[in-house]
Design a protein around this ligand. Structure first.
Ligand code: NOJ
Length: 750
């Protein structure tokens, strides 16, 4: 039944009022009076103007709707926000146009500050590998400080989509596959962006995206459909969004996908019922780029009028680049199809944020050129970027202690290093997708990072070997020649920055071009090889993984990439990263994730295949599991003690254990706590991460670790979608990765 039928509209509107999805947050008394007075003065056209967002044509991520004169529209109060405008000079010019409008309502400037503004931090997936919540918050804080100094009020981040499919290019933007870790990181990023709260000039509004379930797009194909049960949605995909609301996120962005047949942009259930109803979200929702208009291509709306109607009813407050609100909302109100209360609600939500940002007191308060200069030249930002970059590196393999390379000791064996590979000298690729390019951007390449550290008696020879993605092997000979002259080879391979990200889905996630063949050619020289793998997603690289002695997965690490990699390569930093996503052996295993459900025919091990839930041509197990990552030292887990073997839903069990650094190097370990509900009224995952501790230990040092288990950690959505902890037996697993469980116990909930 089409919504344009009046009966449905009335039902829809009654529902909206009954689910209490309208704004009730109050500003300070003074600002509330100003807001109410302003609302009283606004014409319908001016109100609709506030719901309209245009791009500055600077860096489009979708088709740009040309036509109209944006400057005139701003002067006439027909634009509420601009995206893709950055820098004090530019934002000031546009804000001055807004100040020429009748009511002088300031513009909001939004930008995709996804992993840094001027200083580029590691891509979000890499940062998630640090499992360092404080460092992640700090990275968002610095990004906000820089962005706000450049006139930006609002970042379209964090992206909190749970992603279990590495074919989906956008896995690089989020925190990976795990709901619990994802929720922690989502909260940290929101806190980081918003700092001391809206109103401080170094806070930018967070925009939590993409609401919702975008990460589950069928086949990992961007913009694709999503079909899932409400239980899966609530249990696996929504918690990071809820954690963001709890952390005070100012805004949300909806998503391109449909959920069970209803596009997210027109989805009353998602936006009205859950977000603005159940969760009482008082901020505003911006559509994704053109997603209102795209409901026509979805086959959900027959024209722009219906797209506007469905969007406003569903609770999409601001239209990013579809222009359906500017074209159609006035007619819809005049025809009585959209109640004025819905328009007012959306406008109030947006204006409330403008008041909270202090823009009505001073629309130019983010436009201070001296502050901009100082913020963009703060050396401590680079230090922080380097710190989190090295924490994000995951060591996947280190046979024969190939790493770290000793360049300092008197009796060192390495006198010549060959640096080979298409990414060895690359600067831009180090930034990764969603970086905001700056013409004078100072990016440290791997070569630079290595060179700056080398003593005079160690030589570095460099050859590209091949391009990232061509068939040509003409550079192989030179690469082989320098490898022969060297004591060790550092091989820098992987993806270019535009191979993961939005609209970068891939059917094959193997090493592009002839890079694997280059690796084979270098291995033929018999020299030890350290592989540095840069990528925006988990790649499949079995030959390299099986044949090379040492591998560092370095993602895209940002401005300080080269220094961070050199820190780990030469042992100035002991790697501590752990994978936030499962790495498959083969694309055929995807989606592959550690917290899968128990089946009736579980396969125990890679050879237990027949009539089991398994493939007959490849194992079920991943190449590298979730939570995995090596260190230059080793850790021993011992003395697991539970304060009790049973608890009630009001109690807690205290879990203690000891962790000892049994190696010769100081290092950090991420101690992971997993739980499994043995029998449930609905089946439960084989294990779920529920807590972790990251701690630093000196050689020989032992630290005691305490975890608390409470009923919340044991809860899940039952078949009636109630959040419950059911009585029964639970397994407790403590480990160094999801597949490397070192200590086990069981307990009961009574
Ligand atoms: C489309 C992307 O899906 C979204 O994440 C981004 O914020 C907007 N474009 C604006 O660039």
């Amino acid at each position: 039944m089409r919504l344009l039928n009046v009966k449905n509209i009335i039902l829809g509107v009654i529902f909206i009022f009954s689910c209490n999805s309208l704004i009730h947050a109050q500003l300070s008394e003074k600002d509330q009076v100003r807001l109410d007075e302003l609302m009283g003065k606004m014409t319908l056209e001016e109100k609709i103007g506030q719901l309209n967002q245009y791009t500055g044509d600077y860096e489009a991520t979708g088709p740009i709707r040309k036509g109209g004169d944006k400057v005139e529209e701003i002067k006439n109060g027909k634009v509420g926000s601009m995206l893709n405008i950055k820098g004090v000079e530019n934002t000031r010019i546009l804000q001055e146009f807004a100040m020429q409008s009748r009511l002088k309502i300031p513009l909001l400037f939004g930008l995709d500050v996804v992993h840094g503004y001027y200083t580029t931090f590691p891509i979000p997936l890499a940062e998630a590998a640090s499992w360092d919540i404080e460092a992640i918050e700090k990275s968002a804080r610095i990004a906000a400080t820089e962005a706000s100094s450049g006139g930006v009020h609002w970042t379209f981040a964090p992206m909190v989509d749970i992603a279990r499919d590495p074919r989906w290019g956008r896995v690089m933007e989020g925190a990976g596959e795990d709901t619990w870790l994802g929720a922690k990181i989502a909260g940290a990023r929101v806190r980081g962006f918003q700092g001391d709260g809206l109103g401080s000039t170094d806070a930018v509004m967070a925009c939590v995206k993409h609401f919702a379930a975008y990460g589950a797009a069928v086949g990992g194909r961007d913009y694709n459909s999503v079909d899932m049960s409400e239980r899966m949605l609530r249990e696996t995909y929504l918690p990071p969004f809820k954690a963001s609301v709890d952390a005070g996120a100012a805004t949300f962005m909806n998503s391109f996908n449909d959920l069970n047949g209803i596009p997210a942009t027109g989805n009353v259930f998602l936006q009205r019922e859950i977000l603005k109803g159940e969760w009482d979200f008082q901020g505003f929702v911006v559509s994704d780029w053109g997603s209102m208009g795209e409901m026509i291509a979805h086959g959900y709306c027959k024209d722009e009028k219906e797209a506007a109607l469905r969007s406003i009813i569903a609770g999409s407050d601001m239209d990013m680049e579809s222009r359906v609100y500017t074209h159609e909302l006035e007619k819809l109100v005049n025809e009585g199809l959209v109640p004025m209360a819905l328009i007012d609600d959306a406008v109030k939500r947006i204006l409330t944020k403008k008041f909270e940002m202090g823009l009505f007191d001073d629309p130019f308060r983010f436009c201070n050129p001296e502050r901009e200069k100082a913020a963009l030249n703060d050396p401590s930002n680079r230090e922080a970027a380097r710190d989190i970059a090295r924490k994000s590196i995951v060591m996947l393999k280190n046979n024969n202690q190939t790493l770290p390379i000793d360049i300092k000791s008197k009796d060192k064996k390495v006198k010549t290093i060959a640096l080979i590979g298409p990414l060895a000298q690359s600067e831009n690729d180090m930034l990764g997708f969603w970086s905001i390019s700056w013409p004078d951007g100072d990016i440290v390449s791997l070569e630079e990072g290595l060179r700056s550290r080398l003593p005079e008696d160690v030589k570095l020879l460099v050859a590209k070997g091949c391009e990232i993605n061509t068939d040509s092997k003409t550079g192989f000979d030179e690469a082989i020649e320098i490898a022969r002259k060297a004591d060790i080879v550092i091989l820098s391979i992987g993806e270019a920055l535009d191979m993961s990200g939005e609209a970068k889905s891939k059917g094959h996630i193997r090493l592009p071009g002839v890079q694997e063949e280059l690796a084979q050619a270098i291995q033929g020289t018999g020299k030890p090889v350290v592989v540095i793998m840069n990528a925006g997603r988990p790649l499949v690289f079995n030959w390299v993984a099986d044949n090379m002695p040492a591998i560092l997965y370095t993602w895209w690490l940002g401005s300080e990439a080269g220094n961070a990699m050199a820190d780990v390569i030469f042992g100035d930093y002991n790697p501590s990263g752990k994978l936030p996503m499962t790495f498959p052996r083969d694309e055929g295993q995807i989606p592959l994730y550690y917290n899968y459900f128990s089946t009736g025919r579980p396969s125990f091990g890679d050879h237990d295949l027949l009539y089991k839930s398994a493939y007959i041509d490849m194992p079920n197990s991943p190449k590298f599991p979730f939570g995995y990552g090596l260190s230059y030292t080793t850790f021993e887990y011992s003395d697991l003690v539970l304060s009790s073997k049973s608890m009630s839903s009001k109690d807690k069990i205290h879990v203690t254990l000891n962790l000892k650094n049994t190696g010769k190097t100081a290092g950090e370990e991420v101690v992971q706590l997993y739980l499994k509900d043995r029998f449930g009224s609905v089946i439960r995952p084989v294990k779920e991460l529920k807590d972790f501790r990251k701690l630093m230990l000196q050689p020989g040092e032992t630290k005691s670790i305490i975890f608390d288990i409470d009923a919340e950690m044991l809860s899940f959505y039952n078949n009636d979608l109630q959040w419950v902890a059911e009585e029964g037996e639970f397994e407790l697993m403590i480990g160094s990765s999801s597949a490397d469980i070192r200590l086990k116990e069981s307990f009961e909930l009574k």
